[in-house]
Design a protein around this ligand. Structure first.
Ligand SMILES: Nc1ncnc2c1ncn2[C@@H]1O[C@H](COP(=O)(O)OP(=O)(O)OP(=O)(O)O)[C@@H](O)[C@H]1O
Ligand SMILES: [Mg+2]
Length: 262
């Protein structure tokens, strides 16, 4: 067990398909590759981060997920080891019932302050890791609120499009509300993703996002790229095109480390 609490980073935006799971998987991979001990936490019932990092069959994690961890009061028994440095608490479809269970199930009665459920179940292992990376669903629902209320930082993933742009101010508002419960929380930055150089509107929204939040935006803009998209298929291990899939994210990772140190 380490002497320092893990640095906890939530990856989010209440807009679907912007690259949250891809980005949280790559960030977890980079940190673990550098020697940090990383716990990835899949807070989305789609289980995409689980799939990206484990490449296991869907049924493999049945009744061994983050939902059971909530019922058990600790994530300890639900950690899957991808390798020595990279561990994950998986998710599956049943996690969509979190909200109702938080408020009505006997198993979750011990969670008095419902926004702090994730914080409670991470506590037993929080000194075992350098980083906890949390992927969230595309909505401002209980999983997102739980994630923000246990995090030091949140990383905003914004596709270069109008609907992602529209979602950012409301996401920032949600972060501000979470700060009332968790004053430590800070926005680490906005990562612009899915940029398509053939589309003028995509370029324009990348610029508008930068103009609106100049300090928050990372310099690098992640472009749409086939090999990056294929990570969902090929995974992060034994992938022949891995360096091509990750090269744009290497620049993001350099910037991120500077921001985390501050
Ligand atoms: N830079 C990229 N270039 C091309 N395809 C990408 C890129 N990043 C992600 N993708 C693909 O785009 C889709 C959406 O990405 P991802 O699942 O990471 O987004 P998400 O924000 O987590 O989605 P959701 O809101 O459904 O959770 C996936 O099929 C993914 O493989
Ligand atoms: Mg996702």
């Amino acid at each position: 067990m380490g002497e320092k609490r893990a640095t906890v980073i939530t990856v989010g935006l209440q807009k679907g398909g912007v690259g949250k799971s891809t980005s949280s998987g790559i960030l977890s991979y980079f940190l673990s590759r550098e020697g940090y001990k990383v716990l990835a936490v899949d807070m989305d019932s789609q289980g995409n981060l689980t799939d990206l990092l484990t490449q296991q069959e869907y049924d493999y994690f049945e009744e061994k997920t983050i939902l059971e961890a909530y019922e058990d009061g600790s994530v300890e028994k639900y950690i899957y080891e991808v390798n020595e440095n990279l561990h994950i608490v998986p998710s599956d479809d049943y996690f969509a019932t979190l909200a109702i269970r938080l408020y009505t199930s006997d198993e979750m009665k011990y969670i008095k302050e419902k926004s702090l459920g994730l914080k409670m179940i991470l506590e037993p292992v929080i000194y075992d890791y350098d980083f906890v990376i949390i992927d969230t669903p595309p909505s401002l629902s209980e999983p997102m609120v739980n994630a923000l209320c246990t995090s030091d930082y949140c990383l905003v993933i914004a596709e270069s499009s109008k609907w992602a742009y529209n979602a950012i101010p409301r996401f920032i508002e949600t972060v501000d509300r979470a700060k009332e419960v968790n004053p430590n929380l800070e926005i680490l930055g906005i990562l612009r993703t899915m940029s398509d150089s053939r589309r003028a509107d995509s370029k324009a929204f990348a610029e508008i996002i930068k103009e609106t939040w100049p300090e928050l935006c990372f310099d690098v803009i992640i472009k749409r790229k086939a090999s990056t998209g294929r990570l969902s298929l090929e995974g992060l291990f034994d992938n022949k095109e891995l360096s091509s899939a990750l090269d744009q994210y290497e620049l993001f990772y350099k910037e991120l480390k500077k921001r985390v140190r501050k």
